[in-house]
Design a protein. Structure first.
Length: 445
């Protein structure tokens, strides 16, 4: 067993230093001071399980605010909690996040030097700790945290050497997961750029119409089959011979089934129910399970299928995902997107990614609570240019390997995350020693 002591976060800070800081309340930071660019403001919406994540609605402030309130600047190694709502989430500030600004719905903990902040941050991800946070949060309708609750958090504190060793093992897995995420983001950016050039700006067709005999990155046989003219349509000028279709006709969109509380069961006797929460990157341990036998096979999904969330919170709704977690049952508010071919699948995936902002505007214009949702009628009215089969296959030839590499990175990250989550509580309690953990990572098991 580890030679550790059990203490509380408050006792640790009182004895060895460090402090807790709640974000600026009331008139200290006004919404009018938010800017489109500048320093990100971190509140509950940016706090994930272990890492901070920015999203499209993350507010920012300029240096006039940070210079006025430097005490709210976050530093590398700080741990941030969400003050309201998802109180079981916490995240450690990374090196490239040093200098971000603590928002009003955030609470920051700065640890003393006898603690490895990565070790403490990992400890806060253990399911037992997250359960503790939910049980001790204040409020019945909206759970909330305050400095007093955070000070009472139980902490295991082995020697600093042991802390660092455990954090290094788990960190090696998280570093690889983060590397895969960044690589996937770059690959997706590349693919979306090609999609826009070919199917939105029609650059290859324009080049051929101007007399070009090739287009960079396009297979010669694909370029040879392109038309040299445009025709007018309800969408505007489109390449001659291409169809104008609605988004809804681009694939088969199957809405998930409605689940009641009585439909859920223990994980050992059912399979995961895929809800909006499961689509958000970084969320683990949120899946409910069901063993419903009355569901049609169309509500069953598996690894590699496209899912489109047409309703939900701003960081997950109106976005497209590739499912990586094996067999599951599809919950309502998510479309299972079924295509007739692999070429169509790759095209539709990037089509939905490209149309995200258009879909967001459609949802916002309805003036519903939050971001709102997109209906089948909305998708039937949204038009697109559908390429000829040779261009569709050419796009898959070019982008298929990029799509596959990004997907394989997601699969590897799922495996690494499962290994991390297996090792985490065992390393903390001493059931697995650091050396054994290193061997498991080396064997990939």
């Amino acid at each position: 067993m580890l030679t550790d002591t059990t203490t509380t976060l408050g006792a640790l800070l009182d004895t060895h230093g460090g402090d807790i800081k709640t974000g600026p309340f009331g008139t200290k930071l006004k919404a009018a001071e938010y800017t489109p660019t500048g320093v990100p403001v971190i509140s509950v919406g940016e706090v994930g399980y272990g890492r901070l994540r920015l999203h499209e609605k993350t507010p920012r402030v300029d240096t006039s605010v940070t210079n006025r309130m430097p005490e709210y600047l976050l530093r590398y190694g700080d741990i941030v909690f969400g003050r309201k709502g998802a109180v079981d989430r916490s995240a450690r500030v990374q090196r490239d996040q040093d200098g971000w600004f603590l928002g009003s719905d955030g609470i920051r903990v700065r640890l003393p030097s006898n603690c490895d902040s990565a070790f403490i941050a990992y400890q806060l991800q253990v399911p037992a700790h997250r359960d503790w946070m939910l049980q001790h949060a204040a409020g019945s309708t909206m759970p909330s945290l305050n400095e007093g609750i955070i000070r009472r958090i139980p902490i295991l504190l082995p020697s600093l050497e042991e802390q660092r060793a455990i954090a290094a093992v788990l960190g090696s897995l998280d570093d690889k997961i983060e590397q895969n995420r960044r690589t996937g983001s770059k690959l997706e950016g590349l693919a979306r750029g090609v999609f826009k050039a070919w199917f939105v700006d029609f650059e290859p067709v324009k080049a051929k119409a101007a007399g070009a005999t090739a287009f960079p990155g396009m297979p010669p046989e694909t370029f040879a089959a392109l038309p040299t003219r445009f025709t007018n349509s309800d969408l505007g000028p489109v390449p001659q011979g291409w169809e104008v279709r609605s988004l809804y006709s681009a694939a088969t969109f199957i809405n998930g089934a409605a689940f009641k509380s009585s439909h859920f069961c223990d994980a050992s006797s059912g399979i995961p129910v895929v809800k909006i929460a499961e689509l958000k990157a970084g969320i683990t341990g949120q899946t409910k399970h069901s063993s419903r036998t009355d569901l049609d096979s169309r509500y069953r999904i598996d690894t590699g299928e496209i899912l489109y969330s047409w309703s939900g919170s701003p960081d997950t709704s109106l976005d497209t995902f590739i499912w990586t977690k094996g067999p599951g049952l599809l919950n309502q508010h998510i479309f299972r997107v079924v295509t007739e071919s692999e070429s169509q699948k790759v095209f539709v995936y990037y089509l939905l990614k490209h149309l995200k902002q258009d879909l967001i505007e459609i949802a916002r214009n309805k003036q519903t609570t939050g971001l709102g949702h997109v209906t089948v009628g909305d998708m039937q009215r949204l038009l697109l240019a559908w390429p000829d089969p040779k261009t569709l296959n050419g796009f898959r030839e070019v982008i298929g390997p990029v799509f596959a590499a990004a997907f394989n990175g997601l699969l590897e990250s799922e495996t690494l995350a499962a290994l991390r989550d297996y090792l985490l509580p065992r390393l903390l309690t001493g059931r697995v020693r650091v050396g054994e953990a290193v061997d498991k990572i080396g064997r990939g098991a």
